[in-house]
Design a protein around this ligand. Structure first.
Ligand code: SF4
Length: 442
C-alpha cells in the first residue's frame, strides 16, 4: 500500500487538464492516493508543447523530481512527451515516455509496473500487454476548481502553419452525446453547476451519427442541475452558422466566447492557414452581439508572425482594438520545430517582436478597461470561487460574461451564486471591485 502514491503535474490547455483529472480518478479508483512531489512513488508529467516555455517548464519539473525524490518513478505523457525523449530516456527514474495516444493507459502502466517490474527499470513498456483503460472513467470532480472542464472532442485537422497540435493529437474525434450527458449529470449532482466544454478544435465536434456541437449543447442545457454552460474556446474557421441563435436561445449558455483571432490582418491570416478573413470574424461577432448585447469576447493574438511588417502589425492591432475584447492573450511568435512557419521567409527580429508585444499589451489593456468600465454600476450573478483570494481575503468569481469580480464578505460563499454590483475597474488584469448586494444566494 505504501507504494501507491502519485503526484500529477499538468501543463497546458483545459483539454490536458481534463485528461489529468481522468488519470487522477483512475488512479484513485485503483487504490492510489495523491502525494506531494517530494514524497510520491509515481510522478506523472502531463506535458504541453504549445510554446518553448511549456517545454522548459516540464523539463524543470522532471529535473526537480529526479533531484529531490530519487525513488519516484516518472511517467511523461502529453503533447510534449516526444520532445523530452532525448533528455530523459536514459534516466533510470523515467519509466515511461509516450504521447497522447498512450494517455488512457497510464493507470494500467503504473499498475503493471507495480505488479511486474517493482524495483527494476521499466523503460518503454510493451503497451500491448497493458489493457487497463482509464478513459472508461467518468470524472466526478475537478481538483481545486469551481467550474469543471469536460473534454468532448480531441484532435485537429486545421493545420495552422505555426501549430504542432495536429501532429501531436491526431485527427478530430468526438465523444457521443449520451456519454457526455452521463458525465455531466454526475458532475452537476456533485455540486458542479458550471460546465465548461473543452476540446482541441471544438467547432469540429461531430459524432459518428453526425451530431454537431449545437446538438450536444441543446442536450446539455436540459440537465436540470446544470446552471451554466460555457465553451472553453471556439475557432472562427468552421464556426457553426446556427451558433449565434443557440447563444440567444438559452440563459444557461453563458454570454462569453473565447474566439482566437490570432491576427487582424488578412495577409497574415492566410500565411497562418487560418481559413477566415477579418471580415468574416467581424460578421460572426456582430451577429452574436446583435442577439446578446452583453456578450463579451476574449481572444488569442500572435505578434511577429513571418512577413508581419510594421504596417501589417498596425492594421492587425487596429482591427483587434476595434472589434473589442475584454481580454487579449498576446503571444510573441516563436517558430515550433517541424511546422511550415519555421521555414517561412520574412522573419521578424526578436527586438521588433518585443517592442510590438509591449505596445499591443498596453493598447489592448486600455481597450479592455473601457469595455469593463461600461458595466460599472450594473448587478450581475457571480459564481463564487471555492477559496477566498490569498492576498486580500476577498471572495472572487465570474459574471456570466466572464468578468472576474472581487468583493468582501464575512460569510462563507464558496461555490454559491450571489448578486454583486460592479463598482470599480482596476487597470490591467486585476479583477473588477464589486459589492455583494445580499447574502441570500441566487
Ligand atoms: S485550430 Fe490551428 S491552432 Fe488550433 S489546434 Fe488546430 S492547428 Fe492548432
Amino acid at each position: 500500500m505504501q507504494d501507491k502514491t502519485f503526484y500529477l503535474y499538468t501543463l497546458g490547455c483545459k483539454a490536458n487538464q481534463y485528461d489529468s483529472q481522468v488519470i487522477r480518478e483512475g488512479l484513485l479508483k485503483s487504490g492510489f492516493s495523491e502525494a506531494p512531489a517530494d514524497e510520491a512513488h509515481f510522478s506523472i508529467i502531463n506535458s504541453c508543447t504549445v510554446t518553448a516555455q511549456a517545454d522548459n517548464k516540464a523539463r524543470k519539473q522532471i529535473r526537480a523530481i529526479i533531484t529531490r525524490n530519487p525513488s519516484s518513478k516518472i511517467l511523461i505523457t502529453g503533447c510534449g512527451a516526444k520532445k523530452h525523449e532525448d533528455l530523459f530516456a536514459d534516466s533510470p527514474q523515467v519509466v515511461f515516455i509516450g504521447g497522447n495516444e498512450f494517455k488512457d493507459r497510464i493507470v494500467g502502466i503504473v499498475n503493471d509496473y507495480i505488479e511486474n517490474y517493482h524495483g527494476m527499470t521499466f523503460n518503454f513498456p510493451d503497451l500491448n500487454t497493458i489493457s487497463s483503460d482509464s478513459h472508461a472513467v467518468h470524472i466526478t470532480a475537478f481538483e481545486g476548481h469551481t467550474r469543471v472542464f469536460v473534454k468532448v472532442q480531441d484532435g485537429c485537422e486545421a493545420y495552422c502553419t505555426y501549430c504542432t497540435i495536429p501532429y501531436e493529437r491526431g485527427d478530430s474525434r468526438s465523444r457521443e452525446i449520451d456519454d457526455v450527458c452521463k458525465e455531466v449529470e454526475g458532475l452537476a449532482k456533485n455540486g458542479f453547476h458550471e460546465i465548461v466544454l473543452t476540446g482541441i478544435h471544438l467547432a469540429q465536434y461531430k459524432t459518428n451519427e453526425g451530431k454537431l456541437l449545437t446538438d450536444l449543447m441543446r442536450a446539455l442545457v436540459q440537465i436540470s442541475d446544470v446552471k451554466r454552460l460555457r465553451l472553453s474556446s471556439l475557432e472562427p474557421h468552421d464556426f457553426p452558422d446556427d451558433f449565434p441563435q443557440l447563444f440567444a436561445s438559452s440563459d444557461i449558455i453563458q454570454p462569453h466566447l473565447h474566439l482566437p483571432i490570432q491576427s487582424g490582418n488578412n495577409n497574415i491570416l492566410k500565411k497562418m492557414n487560418r481559413r477566415y478573413t477579418v471580415e468574416r470574424y467581424r460578421e460572426i461577432v456582430a451577429e452574436i452581439r446583435r442577439l446578446k448585447p452583453d456578450f463579451l469576447l476574449t481572444t488569442d493574438f500572435i505578434v511577429g508572425f513571418p512577413t508581419e511588417t510594421e504596417e501589417r502589425f498596425m492594421n492587425s492591432l487596429e482591427n483587434v482594438l476595434d472589434i473589442g475584447f475584454s481580454k487579449v492573450h498576446i503571444f510573441p511568435f516563436s517558430a515550433r520545430r517541424g511546422t511550415p512557419a519555421e521555414k517561412m521567409h520574412g522573419k521578424v527580429s526578436k527586438e521588433d517582436i518585443r517592442r510590438r508585444v509591449k505596445y499591443a499589451i498596453n493598447e489592448t489593456y486600455k481597450k479592455a478597461f473601457e469595455i469593463k468600465q461600461s458595466f460599472i454600476g450594473r448587478d450581475f450573478e457571480v459564481l463564487v470561487e471555492s477559496t477566498p483570494e490569498k492576498e486580500t481575503g476577498n471572495w472572487s468569481g465570474f459574471t456570466p460574461n466572464y468578468l472576474k469580480v472581487q468583493f468582501a464578505s464575512d460569510a462563507n460563499l464558496a461555490n454559491s451564486f450571489v448578486p454583486v454590483q460592479l463598482k470599480q475597474v482596476l487597470y490591467g488584469d486585476e479583477p473588477i471591485m464589486g459589492e455583494l448586494l445580499h447574502v441570500s444566494r441566487i
